[in-house]
Design a binder for this molecule. Structure first.
Ligand SMILES: [Zn+2]
Length: 172
């Protein structure tokens, strides 16, 4: 499969992980750090509270997570800013950093963080802006995977008109 597009989001962290950690780390008197806002939750025990607070919807694709048992048992509690970007002194489990998420979005989003280049910083300023951009990114990746998969499937199928010129009128 072709590689997924990497644009303003960051999938390779090796080069920037320290910089990102420093950016994510808690700063005193900074109210814009929504990922450090709200009580520290216990994901194993408080997931139900988080699911209820978003009315059992995937925060990324807005799918209803209580539409089937399968959907509900495969749903995940997601850290909007992944725990790997928090230092040991900071908890990634603040209420505002936790959201319900379907298993497909969780698989796609894994490790994705919006870039901290200056022209992207406004996307970090509010939880709403950050989530809105993540929604777009996840949708972009889903659409790209669909296109890539169709090309892959198409390339593996042998059609009758591949060998018979008389079928050429039926295809462009
Ligand atoms: Zn979803």
């Amino acid at each position: 499969m072709p590689a997924l597009p990497v644009r303003e989001f960051n999938i390779q962290f090796n080069a920037t992980s320290k910089v990102l950690q420093k950016f994510v780390a808690k700063k005193a008197n900074n109210n814009t750090q929504w990922w450090h806002t709200g009580p520290i939750m216990c994901p194993q025990e408080d997931w139900l509270f988080i699911f209820k607070s978003l009315n059992y919807h995937c925060v990324y694709c807005l799918k209803a997570l209580d539409s089937s048992t399968e959907e509900l048992i495969t749903a995940k509690l997601d850290h909007i800013i992944p725990p790997m970007h928090f230092t040991q002194d900071d908890s990634p489990d603040h209420e505002q950093n936790l959201v319900p998420c379907c298993c497909l979005c969780a698989a796609i989003k894994q490790g994705i963080t919006i870039d901290i280049r200056s022209d992207r910083l406004h996307l970090w300023s509010t939880r709403k802006a950050y989530l809105a951009r993540l929604r777009e990114i996840i949708k972009e990746i889903k659409d790209q995977v669909k296109v890539d998969t169709m090309q892959y499937v198409d390339a593996s199928i042998h059609y009758p008109w591949d060998d018979s010129p008389e079928y050429a009128d039926f295809v462009d």
